[in-house]
Design a protein around this ligand. Structure first.
Ligand SMILES: O=C(O)CCC(=O)C(=O)O
Ligand SMILES: [Fe+2]
Length: 267
């Protein structure tokens, strides 16, 4: 059932500004991993939500959840700022360009996003076109899908732990502008975030990430789309102007651990 829409509530995806910067933690290596060839970017809602199952294997998720629980997580206050969504979880936030780069290039993510972003639909090198036409059509589709040329992940890394009773109320995720320093070049470039990345490290009862599609004339009462956290699954969803209203449903059993970043594209 569709829920009433929040009144422009947003998540606070901006990095902290007033506190002194948190030093990057000594993250465990992102190993073992499944090769990109064993993984798929599966559309859940075309052009809006993609899933990558087994993005991180269960053993690595276990290592991470236990490592992350040693970090100084802070419980977000129940009372948000005026235009922020109610969010009750324990959280750790850090600016860490190196970890963001590892999560992008050191895993299958970069390859899936850049090469295999529309596997089901796009057939590279089929009989209908020359290789050159295919390349330029693919490049165009890539920029359309991701909102620009993908550069990497937002160094603003957020870790969430939701225990029983914790949740993230309905909101939109905003696009943020930033100056991005791709690992491959010595220069920084103007960039912006276009998609949210969530990586679930655990499964739990409740705690689904639920999306509420807008009503249309053809479908005035669209069903909500609930994604139950799966160990090691990554979810990408479009944010900014075309973000779907979504929430993190209340966890009713177990703990939900999430790593959050955003896809960064050239402006
Ligand atoms: O934890 C979830 O399921 C959703 C998190 C979310 O919406 C956010 O980080 O903006
Ligand atoms: Fe969100």
């Amino acid at each position: 059932m569709a829920k009433p829409k929040p009144q422009n509530k947003k998540s606070d995806s901006k990095p902290q500004t007033r506190q002194p910067p948190t030093p990057p933690p000594n993250w465990p290596p992102l190993r073992p991993l499944l090769p990109a060839t064993d993984l798929h970017l599966t559309p859940l809602v075309h052009d809006q939500i993609y899933l990558i199952r087994n993005f991180l294997p269960a053993t690595l998720c276990k290592t991470y959840a236990s490592f992350l629980s040693s970090l100084p997580l802070t419980t977000t206050p129940g009372r948000p700022k005026k235009d922020e969504a109610v969010r009750v979880n324990d959280r750790f936030q850090v600016e860490d360009a190196r970890f963001a780069e590892n999560l992008w290039s050191g895993t299958a993510l970069r390859e899936l996003v850049l090469e295999r972003f529309d596997e089901d639909e796009y057939s590279y090198g089929d009989e209908d076109g020359t290789p050159e036409q295919d390349e330029s059509a693919k490049a165009q589709k890539l920029c359309e899908t991701w909102g620009g040329q993908p550069l990497g992940l937002n160094p603003n890394i957020r870790i969430y732990r939701y225990s029983k009773g914790q949740f993230f109320a309905q909101h939109y995720d905003e696009s943020n502008t930033l100056t991005f320093h791709p690992a491959s070049t010595p220069r920084s470039v103007p960039a912006r975030t276009t998609w949210t990345l969530l990586v679930y490290l655990t499964t739990c009862t409740g705690g689904e990430t639920v999306f509420y599609p807008d009503a249309t004339r053809e479908n005035p009462n669209p069903a909500a789309i609930a994604v139950a956290p799966e160990v090691g699954m990554a979810l990408l969803h479009r944010h900014g102007d075309r973000c779907m209203v979504h929430e993190g449903r209340e966890v009713t059993g177990g703990e939900k651990w999430v790593v959050r970043s955003d896809l960064v594209v050239a402006r």
